[in-house]
Ligand binder design. Sequence first.
Ligand SMILES: [Zn+2]
Length: 255
Amino acid sequence: MIEDQLIFADWNAPSTVVALSTTRKGGSSAAPYASFNVGAHVGDELARVDANRAILQSELPPDLRWQWLDQVHGADVLEVVAPGSTLTADGLLTREKNLICCVQTADCLPVFVAALDGTEVAMTHAGWKGLASGVIENTIWAMENSGEDLAVWLGPAIASCHFEVGAEVRECFLAAETSESSQHELERCFSPAKSHGKFMADLYGIARIKLSRLGISYSNISGGTHCTYCDEDRFFSYRRDGVTGRMLNAIYIEG
Ligand SMILES: [Zn+2]
């Protein structure tokens, strides 16, 4: 693997939990999927996707068991005991060692969760629809540990500098709030865009608010520093390029 090809989580989880995001670097796919595309559903040649996945597998422990996910911008989170064929949901959770949970993204927010004692991990795909439908809440509720015993890393996603949304998206979030103060808290994640009636949405900010409401202290939430749209050298971005590849976001407990 080339240097800087993988981004490892910088967080408060124990070192027995491995959490990483791939970048677009160091793979075999041609434009517009150049070069490290792991998505088999985006129009790239499957042989190249397989070759890219094989490169990653060769860099990680050989006894890892892989669980892939078919994401649908919903809020379902599934617990995996024994990995099998691709599941349909937007979050995976496991308490098994050496079982790697995989989520693919190209702008949507990958949310990595680990128990501070290293006994369980979860990997969630959170675009705005998933965030609005409760995928983060469902992930945390599915865990045995409560909020104060969890650490979260927010992987590379499109940041508020580039994530323009219509007023209906903002409304969708605000309408779900039950008090004026909680509305105001979330309102800060939507700043007026240059285009009239549009807003720049902060997925990282929305996720942090939701996580903190679930009992996770801000000191245990890290990441959220990248913008997939801005950093063309390292990241695929659906908003920027339309037809493009996918990064892999994966988490496992070392056996
Ligand atoms: Zn940006």
